[in-house]
Design a protein around this ligand. Sequence first.
Ligand code: FAD
Length: 571
Amino acid sequence: MPAPRVIYWFRTDLRLHDSPALKAAIDLEPECLYPIWSWDPHYLYRAPVGPNRWKFLLDCQNDLSASITKLNPRSKLFLIREAPQTLFPKLFNEWKITHLVFEKDTDAYGNDRDQNVIELAKKAGVDVVVKIGRTLYDPDQLVKENKGKPTMSISQVQAAGARIGQIPRPIPAPQSLPDPGNTDLSFHQERPLNDPDFNTAQRDGTDKSYEALAGPNNDFAVPTMEELGPKEATTPHRGGESIALKMLDEIISNEDYTATFEKPKTAPTAFGPQSTTLLSPHLHFGSLSCREFYWRVQDVVDKYKGKASEPPTSLTGQLLFRDMYFGAQASLGYLFGQTYKNPQCRFIPWHLPSEIDTKTGFITGKYSKDSDQAEEWFTRWKEGRTGFPWIDALMRQLKLEGWIHHLGRHAVACFLTRGGCYIHWERGAEVFEEWLIDHEAACNIGNWQWLSCTAFFSQYYRCYSPIAFPKKWDKAGDFVRKYVPELKNFDQKYIYEPANAPIADQKRWGCLIEGEGDGTSTSEGKLKLYPKPMFDFAERRDICIKGMKNAYSIGLYGDNPKVLDGSWREL
Ligand code: FAD
C-alpha cells in the first residue's frame, strides 16, 4: 500500500486543539498532509457577510497558519481561491491524493456541498474521512435519538444526549505535522478574489474556466481585506485560536463566574467588558472547540464548593442551546431557514397591523414587503434611528462591532417582530446574518423564530419594553451614551425617553429631539438631532399581541396548504 497523501480541508474548525478530524488525518500517518482552505465563492457572492466577519475570519486563518508553521516550518494553511466542487477533482489528480479529511458540517448549504465533494472523491478513488467536532453531539444523531424529529427544546436535547452517551473529552493539539507535498498547480492562474469580471457561473463554481488561485503572489497566502473588496472592518473583537484559548483560560480562572453563571442575570448593557463570555465568534469559526469549552467549565463546576448553576441557564446550558438549534437545522435542512413550507414554523401574516379585522381575525393591511410604512420602520430599525435609544444603541453596536449581548438580541428581535413593528423575522435574520461576527445559521434562524414566537417559544404576550427593560440594568444609561453619543449629556431621567425632556434642556444638552434622525444637525450646526419615537410603543405592543393571538388561534404553519397557495388571505 502506498503511503497516504492527505488533504485536510479546514472549514468550520480553524484550530489545532481538540480536532477529531485533524487527529484522524494525522493517524493515517500520511506521507504528506496538505492543510487547505478552499475559498468558496458562495460565501463571497451569495451569503451576506459584512466586513467585520471577514476580518474575524482572516484573523483566524492567519493565526492557524502561523500555528501550523510552528509545528512544521515547511507547512502552513494553503488558501486556494476556488470553489471546492471544482477545485478538489483537480487537486486529487495533480497532487496524487489518496484521502480527504474534514469536520462534519450539517448546515444546509454545507451538507449539499459536502455530498457533492464526497461523490467527486469517490469518482477519483479518494477515501473520505468525516468526523464530528463542531457541536457537542452529532446533530444527525441527536435528531435520530429524538425520534427522528427536530430538537425544539433543551429537555429534548438532554434526553437524546443521554441516549447517545457522554460528550467526548477534548483531545490535545498535535505536537507535529507531516510535510505538505509538492504544491505546484499546473492550472494556476492569477486573479484576485474580488475580480469584477467573474460571472455568476464562475462565482458559484459551475463554470470550469474559473481557475484555481494561489493568491496574487502565488504563495497561497491568507487574503487581505483589500483582496476581498472595498470593505472596512470596525470591530474591536479579534479572531484566532490563540486569542480564543487565552479568553477561555481567563474565564475558567474565575471559578465563581464560571460555576455560577446564569444567563438571565447577565447585564445586556455591560460593555468593556461585556457580561457573557463573547466566545460565540470563536465557536462559529472553530477557533475554539465547543467540547474544550464544555469540559473546562464542567470540571470547574464539578469541583466547586458552593452552589453551581445548572442548565439551561448555566454556561454548559448555553452550549446545549447551541446544539438544540443545530439539531433542528439538521432535521429540516433548507426549510429551517424560512417559514414557507416549514412544518415547525408558525405562519404569522406579518405586516403592518393598524387594526384587527374582527370578522376574519386577521390584521388588516398589506403584507409587510408591500407596505411603505413597514419599509420605513425596517430601515429605521436597521440604521438605529427608531427614536428608542435602547434599540438604536443596540443596532449601532451590532453594525459597528458585530456582537451584542443575548438579551440585547432579544430586545431588537422582539421589537422588529411581535413586539413593535410586526415585520417578518426573516428580514431581521438577514440583517443579523450580514452584521454578526458570530453568525451561525442554525443559531440565528432558531433564535429569530424563538423571539418572534413562530417556533420554539410561544409566550407572545411577554414583550420587551424598550424603556422599562434597559432601565432595570442601566439606570444611568451609560450603554446608550456610548452608542448613541448625541444623547450623552441627557439627564438619566430622560435617557430612554429623550423626547420627554423640555426643549430648553434638549438645547442645553446639545441635541434636539425631532424629525426622523437622519444623522444631520440643525441648520445652525450647533445642535445634534435625534428622532422622536417612530410610534407609540404601548399602542403598538397591544396591536401586535392582538395580532399574535388571532394568528395563534387560526394556527397555520408554514406547510399548511392555505399558506402554500396564499389563500390564508381569504380566511
Ligand atoms: P455566552 O452567554 O457566553 O454563551 C456561551 C456560548 O453558548 C455562546 O458563545 C454560544 O455559542 C452559545 N449560546 C449561548 N446562548 C445561545 C443561544 N441562545 N442560542 C445558541 N447558542 C447559544 N448565537 C450565535 O452563536 N450565532 C448567531 O448567529 C446568533 N444569532 C442570534 C440571533 C438572535 C435574534 C438571538 C436572540 C440570539 C442569537 N444567538 C446567536 C444566540 C446568543 O445571543 C449568542 O450565542 C450569545 O449572545 C453569544 O455571546 P456569548 O458568546 O457571550 O454567549
